[in-house]
Design a protein around this ligand. Structure first.
Ligand code: NIG
Ligand code: FE
Length: 422
């Protein structure tokens, strides 16, 4: 199958060099082509260029061919959302209401609400129902422009339920057109282990991780390293165990306090450290000498009204930044990466160009897929979206709450809602 997109008003995030990430000052520059074409052959981007250089020979193919006229419309690589918890049993709006009345997230989280509440509901839910609900969320984010997503366990907390979550994610990988990475997340100590932390650590390390590895259920191992959750030392033990079993690391770090999670992540060469509200010069220097992607989750900071990660300082110091949605029922009940761009601009002082890199190539790096996703380059997987007729690319973060995306292409195929119905 050959698909030719023609008369594209602006083809955005073109990168002939296929960089694996974009850092510092370079984040302010996004390469685009005006009045462009793009050719998709099977699953891949075959070629792109200016309309005046589109050769007639491209139309002479034995393959099935389709043309799309993109006059007035722009084409972007799909978003890569490198941090979500989108397999969950139920929404938690009652906690949202409690917070409006004055309770804090930490108070609820440490008293049986929050993650522990999600765990009880998830343990009770049938695997098929979890799968159906989560597939619905994938459809929702795909229509908002996401083409690759990382999904974590961590609402199971028991061996049985963590495995159940990871099996659901594996099934999603098999049934969804999105590229999916799965992560085992050590998320919280269940109440009954509050005073028996060593026992729970042993359950995680000696029971859960080996079973997960034996079935190849997780690409990554992640730990919530923060005040009231896992300590630096505990995080280190879990990361080390997961890495020994063939997983790569990630860390939830410094959301509620300076947890030391950034340094632990760097020590274990994790692909990313995520959240980063409490980051100082020390963490910035450590990140500068590393291959770990600093990942900020504006949805959670917005929803919980947290102190903001010092993104401007980090980029000005030369770091790359990835932005992800953190889609989950407690701290960020939305997977809308367009809105994440809006927050990046308005709350963190990023330019639209910086948010484009942060939600495409840098977030692709943060899920280990930036060789094949996250920019427009020959040979990359054809995951992209065509907008409605728009005036400029800055109108996407500007138009918060409005979906300006018209057509979704994943793996070279135009997606309709029907593709998500099983
Ligand atoms: O990334 N910070 C830790 N975990 C999730 C939220 C968990 C929840 O409240 O359900 C997060 O924000
Ligand atoms: Fe998270």
């Amino acid at each position: 199958m050959r698909l030719i997109l023609q008369n594209i008003k602006e083809l955005v995030q073109v990168d002939p060099k296929s960089r694996l990430w974009v850092a510092g000052k370079s984040m302010a520059e996004v390469q685009t082509l005006k009045n462009a074409f793009l050719i998709i052959q099977d699953e891949q981007i075959k070629d792109y260029g200016l309309m005046e250089n589109l050769s007639q020979a491209e139309y002479e193919t034995d393959d099935v061919m389709m043309e799309i006229d993109c006059s007035g419309k722009m084409v972007f690589p799909s978003y890569c959302d490198s941090h979500t918890h989108l397999v969950f049993a139920a929404t938690r709006e009652h906690e949202f209401v409690d917070r409006l009345k004055g309770l804090t997230y930490e108070e609820m989280a440490l008293n049986g609400g929050g993650i522990l509440n999600s765990a009880i509901l998830l343990q009770e839910m049938a695997e098929d129902d979890l799968f159906d609900q989560a597939m619905g969320r994938l459809e929702e984010i795909a229509m908002l422009g996401t083409g690759a997503v990382e999904i974590k366990s961590g609402y199971g907390l028991t061996t049985e339920s963590e495995l159940k979550m990871l099996r659901v994610i594996r099934r999603m990988k098999q049934h969804s057109p999105l590229m999916i990475k799965s992560t085992f997340l050590a998320h919280a100590f269940p109440l009954k282990y509050r005073n028996k932390r060593k026992e729970y650590m042993s359950l995680l390390i000696d029971e859960m991780l080996p079973l997960i590895a034996a079935d190849e259920l997780a690409d990554y191992v992640d730990v919530f390293c923060d005040r009231g959750f896992f300590t630096m030392e505990e995080t280190e033990h879990i990361l080390k165990a997961g890495i020994r079993l063939g997983m790569l690391g990630k860390v939830h770090a410094n959301e509620l306090a300076n947890s030391g999670g950034v340094q632990v992540g760097i020590k274990y060469n994790t692909v990313s450290v995520d959240h980063l509200e409490y980051v100082e010069d020390e963490e910035i220097s450590a990140l500068l000498g590393s291959e770990t992607m600093p990942t900020v989750l504006p949805g959670a900071a917005f929803f919980l009204d947290l102190k903001l990660a010092p993104v401007r300082r980090m980029i000005d110091a030369g770091l790359p930044i990835a932005l992800a949605s953190d889609y989950n029922p407690g701290t960020s009940p939305s997977g809308n990466m367009n809105f994440i761009q809006t927050l990046g601009c308005l709350k963190y002082g990023m330019t639209p160009e910086e948010t484009i890199h942060a939600t495409t190539i840098n977030s692709a790096y943060a899920m280990g897929i930036s060789k094949s996703y996250g920019s427009i380059a020959r040979g990359k997987v054809a995951n992209l979206f065509i907008t409605k007729e728009i005036s400029s690319y800055a109108v996407i973060p500007y138009s918060f709450g409005t979906n300006l995306i018209e057509t979704i292409i994943l793996n070279g195929e135009i997606q309709g809602v029907a593709d998500f119905e099983l």
